[in-house]
Design a protein around this ligand. Structure first.
Ligand code: ATP
Ligand code: MG
Length: 329
């Protein structure tokens, strides 16, 4: 069986962007692949090192969101990154294979640095600049061939492939060159119209949001600024609300676009219908979330077992790595 690895940073609860960008793909693939899902607390600390409580509080929220989305703990392995020290060890060795200028060129790191200017105003840390190396180690410690992710992660995969390639060239064939698996919705827009719905951007509908919260968020979402009244001609393709209609109301999306463009459908009505679609779509996920949440000892067992299995797999990889690097004294 081939292996996939993916993960989420415990910087907040997961939202519908995560669901359609990555969670549903991992749920679908768990039957065909050895599936590893990492709660990336070490990576989260690279830009939240001053907020350890926040990361701690979100570790099990992220686990619950994955279970809510349909991850089956009998098939998929869920683990916590910091409890698998082999990944940290591999990160150190990979550090020799990447130049500083290559890290500075990574487009995702660049745009994230732009967002985190105030955190790094005294200069960017070694840990943050180097997180693509640690992410390559996450993937390659499991020899994962494929990684279901959102579009923002492609530059990370490119770096991981370069690292695998270089390692193999120097020390002998060890790692696969992993590819990204994208869904049909690899970059869901934010409620505020920004290019990415993000946990830290306050522009998201969370999987655990209550119906009244969803209604309120959808009501205040940004739409086509040129459509002020119902009769105005709308431009669905630039409207974030329409992008959600394409997901949650796919069978009616064409009619909605037509009625929006011809002034037959106003934003208030369009949003009201969307909110109901989202609420009913999320209802069974929320039920599953609540089911697991009322038995947290069981959830902790799932993570404990998953972490033990993850360690086993990475230990095997590290034995091979030490042998190839001639440090198996
Ligand atoms: P942070 O701001 O802490 O980085 P995030 O919202 O980017 O949070 P991550 O935990 O970094 O979330 O990402 C988890 C997965 O979800 C990744 O595969 C990422 O590509 C994907 N993802 C994140 N945001 C979106 C989005 N808006 N649309 C589609 N996929 C997304
Ligand atoms: Mg992210």
């Amino acid at each position: 069986m081939s292996t996939i690895l993916t993960g989420d940073r415990p910087t907040g609860r997961l939202h519908i962007g995560h669901l359609f960008g990555s969670l549903l793909t991992r749920v679908k693939l768990q039957a065909e692949y050895d599936t590893y899902v990492e709660v990336a607390d070490v990576q989260a600390l690279t830009d939240h090192f001053k907020q350890p409580e926040k990361i701690k509080d979100n570790v099990y929220e992220v686990v619950l969101d994955n279970l809510a989305a349909g991850l089956d703990p009998h098939r998929a392995i869920i683990f916590i990154q910091s409890l698998v020290p082999e990944i940290a060890e591999l990160t150190v060795f990979f550090g020799n294979l990447v130049t500083l200028s290559r890290l500075e060129r990574n487009p995702t790191v660049k745009s994230e640095l732009e967002q985190k200017k105030s955190l790094f105003k005294g200069g960017v840390t070694y840990g943050f600049l180097g997180y693509p190396i640690s992410q390559a180690a996450d993937i390659l410690a499991f020899k994962a061939e494929a990684v279901p992710v959102g579009a923002d992660q492609e530059p990370m995969l490119e770096q991981a492939r370069e690292i695998a390639h270089k390692f193999n060239a120097i020390y002998g064939k060890t790692f696969p060159e992993p590819r990204a698996i994208f869904s049909d919705f690899p970059r869901l827009k934010g409620l505020d119209g920004s290019v990415k719905m993000g946990k830290s951007l306050d522009n998201a509908i969370y999987l655990a949001d209550e119906p009244a919260v969803i209604e309120k968020k959808v009501k205040t979402a940004v739409t086509d600024p040129q459509k002020v009244r119902r009769h105005d001609v709308g431009h669905p393709l630039i409207c974030p609300v329409y992008s959600y209609q394409q997901i949650f109301n796919a069978s009616q999306a064409k009619t909605i676009a037509h009625d929006c463009q011809t002034g037959k459908l106003g934003c208030v009505e369009c949003k009201a219908c969307l909110a109901q679609q989202i609420i009913s779509y999320l209802a069974p996920l929320q039920e599953r979330r609540a089911h697991y949440a009322q038995d947290m000892p069981k959830v902790r067992d799932i993570v404990r077992d998953g972490t033990a299995k993850a360690r086993q797999r990475t230990r095997e990889t590290m034995e091979e790595v030490r042998e190839k690097m001639k440090i198996n004294y």
